[in-house]
Design a protein around this ligand. Sequence first.
Ligand code: SF4
Length: 360
Amino acid sequence: MNSIDIFENSIKAYKLTEKYHENYVGLERALFLGWYCDLENPCKFCYMSTQKDRIKEPLKARRRLETILAEASIMKQIGWKLEFISGGYGYGIEELNDMIEMVSYTQGCKQYLNLGIIDFEKLNLNNVEGIVGAVETVNPELHRKICPGKPLGNTKEMLLKAKGYDLKTGITIILGMGETEDDIEKLLKMIEELDLNRITFYSLNPQKDTVFENKTSTTTLNYMNWISQVRLNYPKLKIISGTWVDKLPNIGPLVMAGSNIITKFPLFSIYGTKYGKTVENEINSTGRELLGTFSDLDVLNFKKELTNSPYSKNYCDKLGGIDKNIEISDKNLNTLQNMESDISNKVERYLKKTTKNAIK
Ligand code: SF4
């Protein structure tokens, strides 16, 4: 598609987004459980694939519970929804059930999961809003090459099964790994086939020691092309778009092309800095209203409440997804109470470090 058509599509996509999703753009962040993936044949683009042989004790590559909960609490304070709870393969069902329950309780809302192939019979679905399948690319040959350990068929089967449990579903797509424009049609068909509620796009962030090291990223126009075509074909779909600190000027164009949410930031190192403010300026420059903050230090430090939080009643009534009545077992409630001071200490440490970065 030529560049003029991409811009024209984006203008239509921008207007269509406003019609079905109001005027908001939010910020989100994946909550990672750890840095080790147990998948036998790890994905070729992934940072965790470069760490696998270096990690001798996988259990030590997991984040501590108080760290995970501290992050969940800060995200709520600054008005960022969790994109999903994520981690590599290899978590036991019991520990996942406990973690999902405690994160949901801390945030007062159900969560999306991106945790490989889910065992629906064993997972406690009470606090799960939706399931994300890490599709990565819809080009079958490329998929076999890049993600040899997670066949596309298994992911699709899981997402169809999730619908039977009344869960929302989404997929992740990474642009810049060798797909072509013809693959957009395949993606549109997959969205229909799986009846998806949302999609997350990422622009490949080439990792050291992978086959993509030294590769360039996808262009902003190509990124806009994918997003705007998805928006024009699926006006109600939630579109989440990933950027990175070296690509922040693509945020405005991604919003113009139909994105509802922007994600993938090194949050704690750029909050309140010129980079965090650039993110806000990019979104504001499109005429959309930003939900949450990427710069307010008083909000970050719990000295002030946000007025534009997607967790607040005003917005969640319109956007959905907040359920204050999160069920929690006595065992997990006890764990949370016993860990209260550990979680507070961790929150303090995050805030101190982030505030220091912001004012230096
Ligand atoms: S399954 Fe996910 S975490 Fe594991 S190697 Fe692939 S992309 Fe990385």
